[in-house]
Design a protein around this ligand. Sequence first.
Ligand SMILES: [Zn+2]
Ligand SMILES: [Zn+2]
Length: 367
Amino acid sequence: MGKDYYNILGVSKTASQEEIKKVFRQKAHQYHPDKQGGDEAKFKEINEAYQVLGDEKKRAQYDQFGSAFEHGQAGGGFSGFDGFRDFSGFANGFNVNFEDLGDVFGGLGDIFGFSARGGQGRRGGTRARRGNDIEVTLTIDFFEAVFGAEKEISLQKTVKCDKCGGNGAEPGAKIETCKSCKGSGRQIRMQRTIFGQVQTQVSCPDCNGEGKTFSEKCKKCGGRGIVREMTNLKVKIPAGIDEGESIRLSGQGEAGAKGASAGDLYLKIRVKPDKRFERDGYDIKSTSEIKFSQAALGDKIEVATVDGPVKLKIPEGTQSDTVFRLRDRGIIKLQGRGRGDHLVKVIVKTPTGLSRKQRKALEELGV
Ligand SMILES: [Zn+2]
Ligand SMILES: [Zn+2]
């Protein structure tokens, strides 16, 4: 029954703390029960291994007293995250670096979030938790990025159940005091861990810590207060947004179970390239071809900008590749006022396919 934590994490005995942390993150992601192909048992095992190996002191103890260490956890050792949140207050005789763990979990989203599936009801310590964040990619065209736009997006997400209004009770059901916790919303749990007996106070899994239950659960959502639905959402895209930037829509992520606050929605913006215009910061670049005679003698040409055609004066003697600046015809700046410029690169077209007459005229000019 002895557990080889190094083997479980798949690291060598000489692995650095950095390495261990990295491997743990990867594996925790891989086996997270909320993920497809996740594995709760494996996930807990990995977590257990990390709690020891990820702490220099405990790792040293484990290295030295390996078998004795294993002995102490005959009852199954750490039972994953049960009561995790409340652990710090009851940490009898051991010091888990919760800040460090918090950091690790930060990258995983809400790691406690597998109450939604699998271990529902059995998982103590899981308070009504905030809904998940969602990231959606939204593709807009060049002009929408320049001037802003209002877009409608559709996405599948959990929303508050409209039948029960989110409280999980079948309409007409009676409110009862939770029998499991007698209304306190909390349960005391004794846990055998590798560090001895630990008393943990967890929120009551039967009433989600609310102290109340209903005589009948909502039939639409099964008492969770949330359902998964296709949702349409109107979003305002601010003028000046650029490729790769994100818009955070607070509270538009997935609804939290039992009235907990919703997560956020992140819109990752992709901008379709435009055939005529290229963005460079807040400036817009384009090229215009002019005739050799226009370059030599000067002229007024029309340049396409995002505001429509604009007249541009070409001075006589203009060389190819000269760049002209049209002020305030660029991208609208996100913060503060003002706009970027439009930069026009002029390309002088050397004439081809000359007629005999044209050829003769050019020869006579000698330029
Ligand atoms: Zn419902
Ligand atoms: Zn209860």
